[in-house]
Design a protein around this ligand. Structure first.
Ligand code: 1DF
Ligand code: MN
Length: 356
């Protein structure tokens, strides 16, 4: 009689006929944690920021301590965890909310420091790490300049913005220099979640649904829709956005969005909802990539592929917030053609992030 031992269980995913490139992975320089500590000590601290980073930075729970330890490492610990999960490469972004909770001057200067640190780690581990450019939307002109510096000097080919900036949305034309820079440098913007803004959080936080469980998706999906309905893609037709968490559920909404957008525009119900050139779902198909961060779920991935096309759906883990080896194995085992699975795990990411 044979007994099953721990050694018999697959402890890590084996080699696959594709590279596993995870595309929504996070880091935090220790210097940023110091700045966060000062912001959290203020009496008027934003409730969403306090509920999110205030929690992770002070909770004695195993989850919070694991996350804080992993976030600040861009070297051996991260590589060890990648090896244990079979992740060949991480596309890494400054963790939410990044610099977007800071005052304008601090945000601008810290985004540069964070980008320099990340670029240094990528230089050290060029086959394992890829970096996204963090920017401060508080100063759109400086953000556009930092995109240029990131692309031309740091060799980074994507931008991260953590949804709203102190309650303001990129649908406001005052931010559009950022879109102009991303479009002209041909780099996508990853619209990552942030904690809910102060004027939205109460009914979510009251029942614990404000965070990654639900509030993040509601608010980031709203942000993406505001960008679409404001006509951003009519003004910047080559601009590409990336959204995580299975497109923050927008593919599932596409039919209703198209129907109700048309009905609302035709009835001239809102001054703020003007006609745009295409249906909302057309922009989803032509101007968005989505990742499955946080959603290791075959039916949702396949549905999204059927709406956006197999070239626009990418793999992501969301390290260290969702560090699960079983999910990598589940994704490996999806019933999907070898060609489409390679697109999902590897070649779409190589194309979108210009990974050689
Ligand atoms: C959480 C989730 C935090 C995600 C994140 O950044 C984050 C979380 C502060 O679980 O609190 O990026 N996420 O993308 O799902
Ligand atoms: Mn994330």
């Amino acid at each position: 009689m044979s007994t099953v031992t721990a050694e018999d269980k697959p402890s890590r995913p084996g080699r696959a006929p594709y590279l596993r490139i995870a595309t929504e992975e996070a880091f935090a320089p220790p210097e940023m944690i110091d700045i966060y500590r000062k912001i959290l000590a203020k009496s008027d601290v934003d409730p969403g920021f306090k509920g999110l980073m205030g929690f992770y930075m002070s909770s004695p729970s195993a989850r919070a301590r694991h996350i804080m330890r992993c976030l600040t490492d861009l070297d051996q610990l991260r590589l060890q965890h990648m090896d244990e999960c079979g992740i060949d490469m991480q596309v890494i972004a400054l963790t939410a909310p990044g610099v977007q909770v800071m005052d304008k001057a601090t945000a601008v200067s810290f985004s540069q420091l964070a980008n320099d640190q990340l670029a240094e780690a990528v230089r050290k581990h060029p086959t394992r790490f890829v970096g996204m450019i963090a920017v401060a939307p508080q100063d759109p002109t400086a953000a556009a300049k930092e995109i240029e510096r990131g692309v031309t000097r740091l060799g980074m080919n994507s931008v991260v913005i953590n949804s709203h900036t102190q309650g303001e949305y990129l649908s406001d034309p005052k931010f559009w220099d950022i879109f102009a820079a991303a479009e002209s440098h041909n780099v996508p913007i990853y619209l990552h979640p942030n904690s809910l803004p102060a004027n939205m959080i109460q009914p979510f936080q009251a029942c614990g649904l404000d965070g990654a469980i639900y509030g993040f998706g509601v608010e980031t999906g709203l942000h993406a829709l505001r960008i679409i309905t404001a006509g951003v893609f009519d003004r910047f037709p080559r601009l590409q956005l990336i959204i995580g968490h299975m497109g923050e559920a927008l593919p599932f909404w596409a039919y209703r969005l198209d129907y109700m957008h048309r009905a609302t525009v035709l009835s001239q119900r809102y001054e703020s909802m003007k006609p745009i050139k295409k249906k909302p779902s057309d922009y989803l198909r032509e101007n968005f990539f989505i990742t499955n961060s946080g959603v290791a779920w075959e039916p949702a991935i396949k549905f999204s592929q059927s709406i956006l096309g197999v070239d626009r759906v990418l793999y992501a883990m969301d390290y260290p917030y969702q560090y699960q080896v079983d999910e990598v194995i589940a994704m490996d085992n999806m019933a999907m053609s070898a060609q489409d699975k390679k697109k999902f795990f590897q070649t779409n990411a190589q194309a979108v992030f210009k990974i050689a």
